[in-house]
Design a protein around this ligand. Structure first.
Ligand code: FAE
Length: 547
């Protein structure tokens, strides 16, 4: 019948009982729902390969939120832009007719250069669920540092390819703590609205939410929150809500209702491929080189910068090393990618004048996960949409904002699942390790304890009120907290410290940071709207004054 009979899940006892153990993003175990019949072509951007020896006016490292905003606005201002992306284009269907693998059945497309999956929820019913896969330039990187695994998207579209699509603007009262040097009036009047419009953020139809089976889990989450006196807030997402309604009606191939998310979403999610990158393509002024990785940037004789780029194959091997020159370079490789590059370039003498703030101020947005075991009379539903649509707000009283997340196994689990974003004060630092030739991050596993304590301000109270307990089978055996990971890396080249107040790197004119590395470790909510809005603000200033 299903994936459970055609693939080994590493969870044979469970799959024999007829369901699949994969995992979702914010989600846990993905749905055993019907598979769609055909792939929808994505609005893929122009993919061209940059030749060695090229001279380009602007080169952007990375194609996530920051890079896409910069490319679009520069192209609209008439500038020719080259974007360099280490991941794949994700515009071609695989052997199953789909571009992206389903969370129920991870394959080589699912992970970045791994021979075994490393799923955020490592266990289900206590069974380990990771499985062997072929090493490939897959879509989700589980990058391991000391004390923490940092999940990131790889490919044209960056994190937008893999994320949960929650498009959350922080409460204005919290903004001063997020980006203290930025004018909040400008952000809330101009750049947050611009970002949300560009991303296509929209909130679920409230009457549909109240009735659809696929959000029963969220209604249960809301009921439990409210009975304990916590506000439940709806959050916008970048999912096409009309498409999800059609999925529920059975008239289109299923995507959110098939549990697709963590390894890409074939239909309804408006990733950057369908928003900013589609508009970039329409300008005709941007070329994108996928499977190209920037390894060095240094001042060029005669002005501009020499950029060294490794072209890689889908096994990760370098097939060609290219050298190009660029008038200006934007670092948009994500918090981790940008930080790793900059600490290397400073330490190895390529960009020695970068200041001592480089690599500092890195945080995990306070991410911590947990599940609760509900009573038998409180089912969360066998069908769960993979896109979360609300959260529990205890930020000001307890330092935690908890997404009510799906656990779409395709069967009733009687579980509620949450990803909490907490006010964790710990900040780590990237440094260059000359012996290993890699950047290290000095995060410590024990630094998650404040996040656990803050999440407990919500869930201890709900458990006491409901007479329920924590699940202990999702992150190991008898382990309550998913405290080993983050989905939300932030910082490493913090605004107004490593850069000026608009992302210009101190020490070098024509070098910019325009991604999550600018944000000092925490956004109080999910971060991509803030990353996008800050990029919109900064690029507007840079275009007006530097070009
Ligand atoms: P990002 O989107 O990571 O883009 C950086 C790009 O640069 C990537 O495509 C890299 O492959 C590429 N790159 C890196 N190094 C190099 C190099 N040396 N050369 C060439 N290319 C390079 O950066 N956020 C939300 O707001 N809501 C959510 O619901 C949400 N859910 C998430 C779920 C998961 C599973 C994950 C992993 C993340 C989630 N996030 C969510 C976080 C969000 O995706 C992330 O903050 C943004 O993608 C970061 O945007 P940046 O532009 O900083």
């Amino acid at each position: 019948m299903s994936d459970s009979t055609t693939h080994s899940t590493g969870l044979e006892g469970v799959s024999r009982r007829g369901f699949i153990a994969g995992t979702g993003s914010i989600i846990g175990v993905a749905a055993l729902a019907g598979r769609a019949s055909a792939a929808t072509p994505q609005a893929a951007p122009t993919a061209a390969v940059i030749p060695s020896g090229a001279h380009v006016p602007v080169l952007i490292v990375g194609t996530g939120y920051g890079g896409s905003v910069a490319a679009l606005r520069l192209a609209e201002a008439g500038v020719d832009v080259h974007m360099i992306e280490m991941g794949m284009a994700w515009d071609t269907p695989g052997p199953d007719g789909k571009i992206f693998a389903n969370t129920t059945s991870p394959d080589n497309r699912s992970f970045w250069l791994r021979t075994k999956t490393k799923q955020p929820l490592s266990n289900f019913l206590g069974f380990p669920i990771d499985r062997n896969i072929q090493r490939y330039t897959g879509i989700l990187d589980a990058e391991e540092f000391s004390g923490i695994t940092v999940y990131q998207g790889r490919g044209v579209g960056g994190g937008s390819l893999v994320n949960g699509g929650m498009a959350v603007t922080p409460k204005r009262e919290n903004f001063g703590a997020i980006l203290p040097s930025v004018n909040a009036d400008e952000m809330y009047n101009t750049y947050y609205p611009r970002a949300n419009a560009g991303l296509g953020a929209a909130t679920i139809d409230p009457s549909w939410f109240e009735t659809t089976d696929c959000y029963q889990y969220a209604r249960v989450g809301r009921k439990h929150a409210q009975r304990s006196g916590f506000p439940f807030v709806f959050v916008p997402t970048v999912y096409d809500w009309d498409y999800m309604k059609a999925e529920a009606a059975g008239t289109v191939p299923k995507s959110a209702l098939a549990g697709e998310i963590l390894y890409g979403n074939n239909y309804g999610k408006k990733s950057l491929q369908k928003t900013y990158l589609a508009r970039i393509k329409a300008t005709g002024k941007v070329t994108i080189s996928p499977l190209h990785k920037v390894t060095s940037v240094s001042p060029a004789t005669g002005g501009g910068y020499t950029v060294v780029i490794e072209q890689i194959d889908t096994g990760g091997a370098t097939t060609q090393t290219k050298t190009v020159t660029a008038g200006k370079v934007f670092f948009a490789a994500g918090s981790v990618g940008t930080s790793k590059l900059l600490v290397k370039l400073k330490a190895t003498g390529a960009l020695p004048n970068l200041n001592t703030e480089i690599g500092q101020g890195w945080g995990d947005n306070g991410n911590v996960m947990c599940g609760r075991a509900n009573h038998l009379w409180d089912p969360t539903g066998a069908l769960q949409a993979s896109i979360p649509t609300g959260g529990i707000d205890n930020w000001n009283a307890g330092g935690a904002f908890a997404e009510v997340a799906p656990l779409p196994t395709g069967i009733e689990t009687f579980a509620s699942f949450y990803l909490s974003i907490t006010k964790n004060p710990n900040r780590a630092r990237f440094t260059w390790n000359a012996a290993t030739g890699k950047a290290d991050l000095n995060w410590q596993a024990s630094w998650k304890q404040p996040s656990i304590d803050m999440a407990k301000t919500i869930f201890d109270k709900i458990n006491a009120k409901e007479g329920t307990i924590y699940r202990t089978d999702l992150f190991g055996t008898y382990k309550i907290w998913g405290d080993h990971l983050t989905y939300h890396p932030l910082g490493g080249a913090v605004l107004n410290k490593a850069t000026d107040n608009y992302g210009r790197l101190r020490g070098y004119s024509g070098l910019y940071v325009i991604d999550g590395a600018l944000i000092p470790g925490n956004t109080s909510v999910n971060p991509f709207v803030t990353i996008t809005a800050l990029a919109e603000r900064n690029i507007e200033k840079i275009i007006a004054t530097d070009l």
